[in-house]
Design a protein around this ligand. Structure first.
Ligand SMILES: *[C@@H]1O[C@H](CO)[C@@H](O)[C@H](O)[C@H]1NC(C)=O
Ligand SMILES: *[C@@H]1O[C@H](CO)[C@@H](O)[C@H](O)[C@H]1NC(C)=O
Ligand SMILES: *[C@@H]1O[C@H](CO)[C@@H](O)[C@H](O)[C@H]1NC(C)=O
Ligand SMILES: *[C@@H]1O[C@H](CO)[C@@H](O)[C@H](O)[C@H]1NC(C)=O
Length: 363
């Protein structure tokens, strides 16, 4: 089944979409948006960390209004585009630099190479694991209590916010499938590992709920076996992608979707949504030929070599570097995340619906 995944799309994604705003900017549908995750949504948290997983240099950000910022793509991330879609005037600031009243509109905690497990990504250097991101959110919550003057007011504010989680890929890419650094593939079968990850993930989500979150969405792992790095490094034995990696991701997603069902039953005053990135990507594969090829020249770690000119047809290429998608693909994913009516993509509701739900009062 997994070898049918062809993250192709492209060609039919035209410049028109690139220019299009998904939603009109005005008063945002939610007053605040908190982002947890990895390099797919990092907006600069790794810039000052000692790690090879940082990209605040050209050609990263070549299509971003402010140039290189630490985003791991040519332009906007899905989190940026969803913030636009929700009506925010500014992108959500990274935790590393967020200050003052701007935290009332949300904070981005995401960190390149980070995963659900603390050790994930440490082969690249320092990163901010999910547990540490959740601890950073606790710091933000205390500042919000100070800013608004009471726990009650802070809680009422936090109840209305949207919270997103894009994490898990690195627990495979920078852990399980890197046996030269990590033992996980010797200790666990893919099934056991997926359960371990999802159990720990659920615990962190419960903590965020306890800190006032009521509207949360959780993005599954994409087709990690189809990245240029994976296909080059592991070989595909004739198929388009590394099936073993996609199978592992599929197991993770299956458990994650069940965890979302459990959380929805457990916390009736909150709503949890599962976004199936794997399905979104495979549906995008139309009749067109894949252009999986990356756009920039990459170094040993799969990231772009500094200051080399990238490809010009960035609207037609799926991958920007060895791992990360181009903005044009992020646009399609962000639009689907907000608007999809297909339960195999956004379950049990989509993110515009989640954002518009009335806030329930637990007290
Ligand atoms: C992996 O396992 C070996 C043998 O059990 C141990 O010596 C080593 O420290 C472990 N490495 C990691 C990164 O846990
Ligand atoms: C990416 O591929 C290169 C080989 O081209 C390999 O050395 C490197 O470890 C890979 N990076 C990751 C994070 O898998
Ligand atoms: C490669 O594919 C062939 C044909 O499908 C199969 O017989 C072989 O076992 C595969 N090899 C590996 C290493 O998966
Ligand atoms: C956005 O998503 C909706 C629902 O999936 C779809 O009908 C629409 O065509 C998409 N728009 C773009 C520009 O992709």
């Amino acid at each position: 089944m997994m070898n049918e995944i062809k993250p192709c799309l492209i060609v039919f994604i035209t410049v028109a979409i690139l220019r299009m705003k998904i939603f009109v900017v005005g008063t945002p549908i939610v007053p605040c948006y908190f982002i947890f995750g990895d390099s797919s949504v990092d907006s600069g948290n790794n810039n000052e960390l000692q790690t090879s997983a940082k990209v605040n240099y050209m050609p990263y950000g070549i299509d971003f209004p402010k140039g290189p910022t630490g985003r791991f793509t040519n332009g906007r991330t899905t989190a940026d585009l969803i913030a636009e879609g929700l009506g925010f005037e500014n992108y959500i600031p990274p935790f590393a630099t967020a200050k003052g009243v701007e935290i009332l509109k949300g904070v981005n905690y995401a960190s390149g190479s980070a995963g659900i497990l603390d050790e994930t990504g440490k082969n690249q250097g320092i990163c901010i694991s999910l547990k540490k991101q959740v601890a950073n959110h606790q710091t933000t919550v205390s500042h919000i209590v100070e800013l608004l003057g009471s726990n009650k007011l802070a809680n009422e504010h936090l109840n209305k916010c949207l919270y997103s989680f894009n994490i898990g890929s690195n627990d495979y890419i920078n852990n399980y499938f890197m046996p030269q650094f990590f033992n996980s593939s010797k200790l666990y079968t893919p099934e056991e590992y997926a359960q371990l990850l999802v159990n720990q993930f659920s615990d962190e989500i419960r903590t965020i709920y306890e800190q006032g979150a009521q509207k949360m969405y959780i993005v599954g792992v994409g087709p990690i076996g189809c990245t240029p790095n994976a296909t080059l490094y592991y070989g595909t034995n004739g198929s388009l992608c590394v099936n073993e990696m996609n199978m592992a991701a599929y197991l993770f997603n299956k458990h994650l979707r069940s965890a979302v069902d459990r959380l929805n039953k457990e916390f009736i005053d909150a709503k949890f949504v599962y976004i199936d990135q794997m399905n979104m990507m495979s549906k995008l594969s139309s009749s067109h030929t894949a252009k999986i090829t990356k756009c920039c020249e990459v170094g040993d770690n799969g990231l772009c070599v500094p200051d080399k000119s990238p490809c010009k047809n960035r609207n037609e290429v799926l991958f920007w570097d060895g791992f990360h998608l181009t903005e044009v693909v992020n646009r399609v994913t962000a639009n689907k995340t907000l608007n999809s009516m297909d339960l195999s993509e956004s379950y049990p509701i989509n993110i515009l619906q989640l954002a518009q739900l009335p806030t329930k009062n637990a007290n």
